[in-house]
Design a protein around this ligand. Structure first.
Ligand code: ADP
Ligand code: MG
Length: 331
């Protein structure tokens, strides 16, 4: 399989506070040198706590926001520096689905109209008639009815709105979709329906997904590979099954643990001793919370270790014992 997306050393800094004359503005590093490759037809999960930088990475991959550093290679071509006009073809090939995709619809226009307009603008349909026919088929394919074409966004339930968002994305005949927590706002019963729909569509249209989420149980059933993010840094990348059964990084274990025990508390609650030692500029980003931290962990952030083609981790003290899920719960 060829690489569809190569994210190379991607970094994002957001300015914080007010800049004053002659004083350089302070920045917050939301994403820190992330490398991630997604093969054509693959589903890669990106997981991490809220605020870890997942959405920022997803948006940078599509060039919806500009990276501060690093590059994005799409199908062998560096798209990082392309101007708006040169990006047009890529804006069609790469789509995003949000938690509530339909919230970006205009409430005063029918949903059909709003799906057709970008199709004509980006040239994926030759005529209005052809675009409308495509939309009728797509509405049915995502579990809605063709009559829904002339309805308004507020007439739909949460699950239906997400189906509309999926139809709008697919109408542009994309190759690559960023799914940014597509089911987080939905009832559990509806979540499974939408996830199954997304899996079917992926196969049917030969799509490539970057699936963003925080629930590891969903990720295991949904993704081929998983990348774990913590405070803007990738800490582990592995095949889903492997990450689920044998996570090396304490952060991965923490995220798994919170799924298995339904306990949202961090791994180590007693931060007092470690917090005193933590040096935010140099040490491992997780050292202040980590049960396994040693002196070295407070000195330098670990490099990614390549265990195999399917498993990389950035940790000085990986917890690489084969365990059963039961043992993990009592970690
Ligand atoms: P996630 O999707 O993992 O919850 P985000 O990518 O949305 O995280 O955000 C990562 C961090 O960057 C957060 O601390 C967030 O507050 C910050 N951030 C995101 N967007 C902006 C912005 N436009 N300006 C300043 N800070 C931002
Ligand atoms: Mg997010």
């Amino acid at each position: 399989m060829s690489n569809l997306i190569e994210i190379k050393g991607l970094t994002k800094e957001f300015p914080i506070g007010n800049s004053t004359f002659l004083k350089k503005r302070a920045v917050f590093k939301a994403v820190h040198g992330v490398f991630l490759t997604i093969k054509r037809g693959e589903i890669v999960g990106l997981i991490g706590e809220s605020g870890s930088g997942k959405s920022t990475i997803g948006r940078m991959a599509l060039r919806l926001i500009e990276p501060s550093g690093g590059s994005i290679i799409y199908d062998g071509k560096d798209i990082t520096k392309l101007n708006h006009k040169e990006m047009m073809g890529y804006y069609q090939k790469m789509q995003i689905i949000f938690q509530d995709s339909a919230s970006s619809f205009n409430p005063r226009k029918t949903i059909g109209e709003q799906i057709v307009t970008p199709m004509l603008r980006l040239g994926v349909a030759r005529s209005r008639k052809e675009a409308e026919m495509d939309v009728y088929h797509l509405l049915e394919r995502v579990g809605l009815k063709r009559e829904h074409f002339v309805r308004y966004p507020h007439e739909f339930s949460g699950g239906q709105r997400q189906r509309i968002g999926i139809a709008r994305a697919l109408a542009l005949k994309p190759e690559f979709l960023v799914l940014d927590e597509p089911t987080s706002a939905l009832d559990v019963s509806i979540q499974a329906q939408i996830l199954n729909l997304l899996l079917d569509l992926q196969e049917e249209f030969n799509l490539t997904y970057l699936f963003i989420g925080h629930n590891l149980s969903i990720i295991k059933f949904f993704c081929d590979r998983v990348a774990v993010l913590y405070k803007g840094r990738l800490v582990e990348v592995a095949d889903s099954d492997r990450l689920y059964t044998n996570p090396f990084h304490p952060v991965s274990r923490m995220l798994l643990n919170s799924v298995l025990t339904l306990d949202k508390k961090p791994l180590a609650d007693d931060l007092s001793e470690n917090t005193a030692k933590i040096n935010r500029n140099t040490g491992c980003v997780f050292s202040g919370k980590c049960l396994y931290a040693t002196e070295l962990c407070f000195e330098a952030h670990p490099e990614m270790e390549v265990l195999s083609a399917n498993h990389q981790y950035a940790c000085y003290n990986p917890q690489n014992v084969e365990e059963t899920q039961e043992q993990l719960v009592t970690l």
